[in-house]
Design a protein around this ligand. Structure first.
Ligand SMILES: *Cc1c(COP(=O)(O)O)cnc(C)c1O
Length: 500
């Protein structure tokens, strides 16, 4: 037997991973490389590059689950190679999905008997669920208009201007006009009265949000149902309601069981919820639930038989992983009502703790309500010296990711910071965050007033120069503002460390 040793072989076996030629050159970015590389080098290189991503546990921007029990992680890895769509091959997985649909439908008070099968489907997230629910409404409306011999080419949906972007996507992709009820300062959800006023004969549904993404507030679905019922009686229409309970669907049933927002209200025909938000499963699962079979037009359901037996499917995608469905079933039976309630109460408690800490600083106005999602949204009472955007940027230094954004029309002038409290955001992390915000704000107080920057922008408007030149100057002003911030931060860092 002839043994040959090539340079790459020796390189592979002798060099440390970091001294190997694989780690010494820049990584392929545009074309698949010609040759292969050893698995340990590939692992290390990819893992290392990912170190520069933020830490998901400190990502307070997101509602999406970042921690699950190790037992569930194990179930997820065990099923990572199962394609959900192969229902005939993996009938148990399909069965688990159906059980989840039943459980969630019952949680939302769907009118089904105790051992009756509910109507619903697992999706990739609330976005897909909303596309499906929206399509069902569009089809039902079109079918009715056709039967009446009326035009059916101008469908619209009524929502608040605070809707999540997936509604705008639905509207654009599926050619439905989005009629948004505008917000106003101090009121950041859809006003049910104004919404019902906007409803016309072309409205396929009114979409209410249980737990606004921007402020966590619940919209008043009960009042909406009341007002819309009245309008339907007066006009002879039968405009239905969809509830986007992406976050609130797993909060309200456990914390506010008396609150009527779901299928207890007759006009609510479908509800979506994100399994990967307070359903407590990692990213990649949502649920669409319909009140009755009649609310899901049969023509949207496809029957496939090339994987085995006849299988009804109603999804936008074909293949997807099974892990999330299995993990959802695990969470529902592992936690039960009791477990979900405990976790949600704890989240609310930590939100309260944070809110208290923020209020004590005296510089913030808390925008989120006591009843709603476990999040704290707050704005600066005085942003003449510094803005919420600067606070957000400064918090990155400690690893925290806290988003800052402006509210939608007509409250664009209000800019807020938002901290979402998830299961894994503990009491001590909340205390830490408060002390870091305090530190950042104390530093910011040392900044020169922003007025000078504002003045610079204003005098820019008076200059008779081209648009491009103005844009360049504007960039310079913004950059120098950032420089000033950095300068002051350095000074205050030095002060804090006792150097000067
Ligand atoms: C998160 C969210 C969505 C989108 O949900 P995904 O599960 O991320 O697709 C839609 N509506 C609301 C109110 C949300 O909070």
């Amino acid at each position: 037997m002839v043994v040959t040793t090539t340079i790459s072989d020796s390189d592979q076996h002798l060099c440390s991973t970091f001294a190997s030629r694989y780690a010494r050159t820049s990584l392929p970015r545009f074309k698949i490389p010609k040759g292969s590389m050893p698995k340990d080098a590939a692992y290390q290189i990819v893992k290392d590059e990912l170190m520069l991503d933020g830490n998901p546990r400190l990502n307070l921007a997101s509602f999406v689950t970042t921690w699950m029990e190790p037992e569930c992680d194990k179930l997820i890895m065990d099923s990572i190679n199962k394609n959900y769509v192969d229902m005939d091959e993996y009938p148990v997985t399909t069965e688990l999905q159906n059980r989840c649909v039943n459980m969630i439908a019952h949680l939302f008070h769907a009118p089904v008997g105790d051992d009756e099968t509910a109507v619903g489907v697992s999706t990739v997230g609330s976005s897909e669920a909303i596309m499906l629910a929206g399509l069902a409404f569009k089809r039902k409306w079109q079918a009715k208009r056709k039967a009446q011999g009326k035009p059916y080419d101008q469908p619209n949906i009524v929502t608040g201007a605070n809707v999540q972007v997936c509604w705008e996507k639905f509207a654009r992709y599926f050619e439905v006009e989005l009629k948004e009820v505008k917000l106003r300062e101090g009121y950041y959800v859809m006003d049910p009265g104004e919404a019902v006023e906007m409803v016309d004969e072309n409205t396929i549904c009114v979409a209410a949000i249980l737990g606004s993404t921007l402020s966590g507030e619940f919209e008043d679905v009960k009042l909406l149902n009341e007002l819309l019922t009245k309008k339907n009686e007066e006009t002879g229409w039968d405009t239905p309601i969809h509830v986007d309970a992406a976050s609130g669907g797993f909060i309200a049933p456990f914390l506010y069981p008396e609150l009527e927002w779901d299928f207890r209200l007759p006009l609510v025909k479908s509800i979506n919820v994100s399994g990967h938000k307070y359903g407590l499963v990692y990213a990649g699962i949502g649920w669409a639930i319909w009140r009755n079979k009649e609310d899901l037009p049969d023509e949207l359901i496809f029957h496939i038989n090339y994987l085995g037996a006849d299988q009804p499917t109603f999804t936008l995608n074909f293949s997807k992983g099974s892990s999330q469905v299995i993990a959802q079933y695990y969470q529902l039976i592992r936690l039960g009502h009791e477990g979900y309630k405990n976790i949600m109460e704890n989240c609310m408690e930590n939100a309260r703790l944070l809110k208290e800490g923020m209020s004590k600083m005296g510089r913030f106005e808390i925008i989120s309500k006591d009843i709603g999602l476990p999040l704290v949204a707050f704005s600066l009472k005085d942003s003449s010296r510094y803005t919420v955007f600067q606070i957000s940027e400064s918090l990155r230094r400690f690893g925290w990711i806290v988003p800052a954004y402006t509210m939608p029309p007509n409250a664009e002038h209000v800019a807020v910071l938002r901290v979402v409290i998830r299961e894994d955001f503990s009491h001590s992390l909340a205390e830490r965050l408060v002390s870091h915000i305090q530190k950042v704000v104390d530093e910011m107080e040392l900044l020169p007033p922003r007025a000078s920057v504002k003045e610079a922008h204003v005098s820019l408007d008076d200059l008779h120069i081209t648009k491009g030149e103005k844009q360049n100057l504007k960039k310079n002003i913004d950059e120098s503002e950032k420089d000033i911030c950095r300068y002051w931060r350095r000074i205050s860092d030095k002060k804090n460390s006792g150097v000067c």
